[in-house]
Design a protein around this ligand. Structure first.
Ligand code: ADE
Ligand code: ZN
Length: 326
């Protein structure tokens, strides 16, 4: 049996996907031309040659400047719609997509412009592809807590379009506790909560403890460093928290997929699942990540099916719809 075909055909939820990380060079050129923006790179190869990341910081230094080609609501729609069509080909039937409003409002794009473009693509995915698509608003942790709170206030009129809030960008010197008040308010407003605990960051174990005990998250993005700490593994299991792991992304920011850690956690009963993170930059969409992990760790169909089941169990689908998939 062909494991690649199995991985693509497996119905799955994607829970760790940055919409801004789905900007392929071809669309970048199209949007730049549309908006009269001059890019330093002239060919797809030249753009890809800048993707020589060695860690999270060097990735983010390439990632944010690329976003300036996104200007109008149509641009945001076209970005999300291109991703959703790829997702359909990868067996995705439900997706909870991160977006970084501050990467756009900080350069003058109104919140309403970006959210209305993204929302239009999400509704279209349900109608035309049969994919349920939700949005998760991420705060940039290297900006202030005050700016995050102001962004949350700006988002409240669009509450029906946003399933949860997250935290991303550079983790160093920006611990979860910095955003305790913002996340407490978001929880009171009825949002689900998640936060990035990136791979092998300084203070990773303490940050994971904070997201569970002080913030009270519903999920953790990455978080695989819990393998070093049996007490945290037990806590994550007891609370049924999902860990949204991203093997190919890991291999860019740490030189390893962390496949042993992911598989170990799965076999210990932790709700880990597989995601693509920033697929345009790491060259792998979600089914490609299933295949890469399977090859690296020698997994078979039963393990991949378990990972897909975990993706629905850790999702924020309403209870009745979640059970329909598992
Ligand atoms: N923004 C986009 N991808 C990210 C990641 N993997 N970690 C932190 N911030 C991000
Ligand atoms: Zn991420």
């Amino acid at each position: 049996p062909d494991l690649t075909a199995f991985a693509f055909g497996l119905p799955k939820a994607e829970l760790h996907l940055h919409l801004e990380g789905t900007l392929e060079p071809e669309l970048k050129f199209e949007l730049a031309a549309r908006n009269g923006i001059d890019l330093p790179e002239k060919t797809v190869e030249e753009v890809k040659a800048t993707y020589n990341f060695t860690d999270l910081t060097s990735f983010l230094q390439v990632y944010y400047p690329a976003m300036r080609v996104l200007v109008t609501a149509d641009d945001f729609h076209d970005l999300a719609w291109a991703y959703l069509q790829r997702a359909a080909e990868q067996g995705v039937v439900h997706v909870e997509m991160f977006f970084d409003p501050q990467a756009h409002t900080s350069r003058g794009v109104p919140f309403e412009t970006l959210i209305s473009g993204y929302r239009r693509a999400a509704v279209r995915a349900q109608d035309e592809l049969g994919i349920s698509a939700e949005l998760i608003l991420c705060f940039l942790r290297d900006f202030s807590a005050e700016y995050a709170m102001a962004t949350l206030m700006e988002a409240l009129p669009y509450k029906q379009w946003i399933v949860g809030v997250g935290l991303d960008s550079d983790e160093r010197d920006n611990p979860p506790s910095k955003f305790a008040a913002v996340f407490a308010r978001a929880k009171a407003e009825g949002f689900f909560l998640t936060m990035h605990c990136d791979i092998d960051q300084v203070g990773s174990i303490e940050n994971i403890r904070q997201v569970i005990e002080e913030i009270g998250v519903d999920r953790i993005d990455h978080g695989t460093n819990i393998v070093e700490n049996d007490a945290l593994v037990e806590l994550v299991k007891a609370k049924g928290l999902g860990l949204t792991t991203c093997p190919v992304s890991n291999s860019f920011v740490t030189e390893q997929m962390k496949s042993d850690e992911i598989v170990d956690l799965m076999h210990r009963g932790v709700r880990v699942m597989i995601n693509s993170d920033d697929p345009a930059y790491f060259g792998a969409y979600v089914a490609d990540n299933y295949v890469a992990l399977a090859e690296q760790a020698g997994l078979g169909a039963a393990d991949l099916a378990q990972l897909a089941i975990n993706s629905f169990e850790a999702s924020w689908l309403p209870a009745g719809r979640r059970e329909a998939y598992v």
